[in-house]
Design a protein around this ligand. Sequence first.
Ligand SMILES: Cc1ncc(COP(=O)(O)O)c(C=O)c1O
Length: 592
Amino acid sequence: MSFVVSGAGLLPWRPHSESKSIKKLAKNHWRKTCRFHHFTQMANSGGGAVCNGNLHNHRKQSDGSQSGNYTENGTVKEAQQNGKPHIYKPFVEFFEEAPLHVMVFTYLGYGIGTLFGYLRDFMRNWGIEKCNAAVEREEQKDFVPLYQNFENFYTRNLYMRIRDNWNRPVCSAPGSLFDMLERVSDDYNWTFRYTGRIIKDVINMGSYNFLGMAARYDESMRTVKEVLEAYGVGVASTRHEMGTLDKHAELEDLVAKFLNVEAAMVFGMGFATNSMNIPALVGKGCLILSDELNHASLVLGARLSGATIRIFKHNNMQSLEKLLRDAVIYGQPRTRRAWKKILILVEGIYSMEGSIVRLPQIVALKKKYKAYLYIDEAHSIGSVGPTGRGVVEFFGMDPRDVDVYMGTFTKSFGSSGGYIAGRKDLVDYLRIHSHSAAYAVSMSPPIAEQIIRSMKLIMGLDGTTQGLQRVQQLAKNTRYFRQRLNEMGFIIYGNEESPVIPLLLYMPGKVAAFARHLLKRKIGVVVVGFPATPLAEARARFCISAAHTREQLDTVLEALDEMGDLLYLKYSRHRKSARPELYDETSFELED
Ligand SMILES: Cc1ncc(COP(=O)(O)O)c(C=O)c1O
């Protein structure tokens, strides 16, 4: 099995308002974690560390505290923070390659599906088979087709056969258990009919409810109810006009405090936070360097900006550095003028891979080549780091190392919307220039209150350690689930600390069988395939929650064990993959 190790330690910063008990709990938790990974704590006198013949200098933080990392065979080890003993923080990622025969059968499966697709399209064309897909109106028969193009081939002929596994109507809160409406199809998934029955208490392994904050109403949500009563739901105006509420100001102050940055701005929709703010930051003559697995909202924002976009291989520092170097050396095409700005776009946790961004390396690169860094923490905020502050805390880095923080409230906070945070200049600029501030209605007040409530819980501002316990429970559940899947012999991807856990299924037939069988056992899973993943890497994507009990996880694991045998899914041979090796060769050192 391949793995990459790098690391960080305890958080170098923490909001003043945090209670002592929270600090203690977080510290103990990470001590335990470190023991679990057989890493030890040790005192360090500071100074440079020599590994593999390279000298890696310790970083002097501007607040006067000392911090240092050194690398060894791709290992980054936290050396010292705030004069305290340092802690080795493991960073372990797995990307095992499938055995050859699995790949052969997967492509064969798609090949056969494609052949039958052509045959059926031919029959539909000649009226031999009924065409259920959208068709052109009779009077537009000689127009270029609006719907029936080749891109729909995959949807029409493959996706339709297994469509029952997606868009299932849920009729409860997305807690660790949820209810689903039963539906059946009489025409091979072209249409569905509800039976009127409810499938109750399905174990929910697919919602992004990492900290269990999305739940049906209970007394802890009282303030949300009060805000609903006082403000209503709709704001009916944009932030620039009548839509800036005191609740928005309160939330923005809290987000800035949570992230330990100067300022933050919130938006009504996470997707629009990316797609509408990136164009406000870069434009023509600028260069965007985007990870190949970035979310569609980042891709759309990049395209809308008009900037030149270049893609680097997922989390691959060699690939990113080559693009940065070329950008600096050659400048813009034809004119060879320097790029106005270079913006690196990455995510904290990649939602299809379960991988965590290699932030220390990216920060080193961005400093070296004087580029800006925009990080989307949709999945990582609240879900990683000793106190849930995301990847900067996970790596024990300085929050000022990132230029633009973006995140959503739709996952760990059980709410809706997104934020941009960072320096006050940046946020002030976006308040004026962001399309989603100028032209979109602002965040609904009860939605804002739900975020405030959740964030205060995580920060311990409610006077309890409940929020922190959830962060720790999530980490525990994640490690347990990943470890058990590994032991069973499944190929799972991603970082061992990532609560997003992809389990590789590969073959399209198995994707459908997997989800259908599990639903029969009252386990709801998300399965994903092309175009969200590479064609031959269809997978199930589990999202672990702090709300999952050990009993629920064991029920799921037992079912997966049986499913793995039934469908021959235990492909792991604990072999090395080619992917991580590419990550490590760079010309830079971690600390500059
Ligand atoms: C990385 C990333 N960014 C942005 C978004 C969009 O956020 P939202 O669903 O809150 O609109 C998502 C959604 O899952 C995401 O995964």
